[in-house]
Design a protein around this ligand. Structure first.
Ligand code: NAI
Length: 368
């Protein structure tokens, strides 16, 4: 049974229908802890969108919108649910006054993302009335975010908002976090001569390589795009490896900057690196992998802590006074101290770093 949301909004002359599907979604994997799940449908303009609002105790929910053609509505809802909790934790740990949410527009980003569809989605965001702020994600570009922002204030990470491309900020946060991880695991403050294996040379990975190279690290790199690997080899005298093999490279640090689920039971036993510190979201295939890493003495920098620079950057647009790059960078510079705290607590308690990071986020949420 679907329940109509905000009858006042429905009274507007619009072809958009918004329904609260919280109850209907409650049996799906990843639902636990969600406050609200909303479905927007507009047959005329081709929109089917799900907004999952996980937690607003610290502030309005913030999280990107994916444009992806899932095979069913249930799969799309599950995807949004799976990703929104991580946003709550990311914001809480980064000390930002926002909660977590995520949205999925069920459409092919190349063929179905029309201006009419985006207009209907902007309307949906306005109806949510500031409970949810969104921005770029898979299939939703900066140009799309700008288009939405021209129609609703509930969009961040836009040209108008001024924060622009978050990737260099994310990369800098990962670089600082990687250094903090090395300091904890190897007891050294510098990276000179250390072997770092970077998987994925996209917007974040490439920039991270630049910072690592400048700091004197020796790079081992992989990407499915051969041209990116070749450029890294030429620019940084990097060693090249296969995309899958790199996770097991003979290196001190492994920095996953491509895909999620890259760390799993089948390979943890053969990882040579003593530190895992990279940008990719959802690096662990399952929660139990955190304990498997701990048992092997591999220090894992929880992904949503070390890669929070991107979130900090876009969220900064919504802070009083609007976007201020220097302030965003100061917030990013707190990432190493947060990681050091998590590492120390994890060691003292004999717990995986991921478990401690989650507990820290929960602590901040409960205190709110
Ligand atoms: P991107 O799309 O610019 O780069 C990804 C790179 O990984 C591409 O060069 C691609 O060819 C490569 N790749 C894909 N599959 C691969 C494989 N199997 N093996 C090796 N390389 C592969 O993405 P971006 O923005 O650099 O993000 C990287 C990761 O960091 C993603 O997981 C993203 O979710 C995460 N992240 C990014 C943030 C940002 O500010 N851009 C913020 C937080 C997380």
């Amino acid at each position: 049974m679907l329940h109509a949301l905000k009858p006042a909004a429905q009274a507007l002359r619009t072809t958009l229908e918004i329904t609260d599907i919280t109850e209907d979604a409650s049996h799906l994997a990843g639902f636990e802890g969600h406050e609200r799940v909303v479905l927007g449908r507009d047959e005329t303009r081709g929109l089917i969108a799900i907004v999952a609002i996980h937690d607003t105790r610290l502030g309005p929910a913030l999280g990107g919108t994916r444009v992806w053609k899932h095979e069913s509505l249930e799969a799309a809802i599950t995807d949004a649910l799976r990703l929104s909790r991580g946003m709550t934790y990311k914001s809480a740990i980064a000390g930002m006054p926002f909660g977590g949410g995520k949205a999925v527009i069920m459409a092919n980003a190349k063929t179905e993302k029309t201006p009419e569809l985006l207009e209907a989605y902007a309307e949906m965001l306005s109806v949510l009335d500031g409970d949810y702020y969104t921005g770029e994600d898979v299939g939703l570009t900066l140009a799309d975010a700008d288009f939405l922002r021209a129609r609703t204030p509930n969009v961040t990470g836009t040209t108008l908002g001024g924060s622009e491309n978050p990737s260099p900020v994310t990369a800098h946060g990962v670089f600082l976090g990687l250094k903090a991880s090395v300091a904890h695991r190897f007891g050294r403050a510098d990276l000179a001569g250390l072997r770092v294996a970077v998987q994925g040379l996209g917007s974040v990975g490439r920039r991270l390589c630049e910072e690592l190279h400048e700091a004197g690290a020796k790079l081992v790199v992989a990407d499915i795009d051969a041209a990116r690997v070749e450029t890294a080899r030429a620019d940084f005298s990097a060693e090249m490896m296969g995309s899958d093999a790199i996770a097991l490279a003979d290196a001190d640090v492994f920095a996953p900057c491509a895909l999620g689920g890259i760390i799993h039971q089948g390979m943890i036993g053969t990882i040579k690196a003593k530190v895992i510190a990279g940008a990719a979201n959802n690096q662990l295939a399952e929660e139990a992998d955190a304990e498997r890493l701990r048992e092997r003495g591999i220090l894992y920098a929880p992904d949503y802590v070390i890669n929070s620079g991107g979130l900090i950057n876009v969220a900064s647009e919504l802070l009083p006074g609007g976007y201020d790059h220097a302030r965003a960078m100061r917030l990013v510079e707190t990432i190493p101290a947060t990681l050091a705290d998590i590492f120390a607590r994890a060691e003292a308690a004999g717990l995986p770093t991921d478990t401690v990071a989650q507990a820290l986020a929960e602590e901040r949420l409960s205190a709110a």
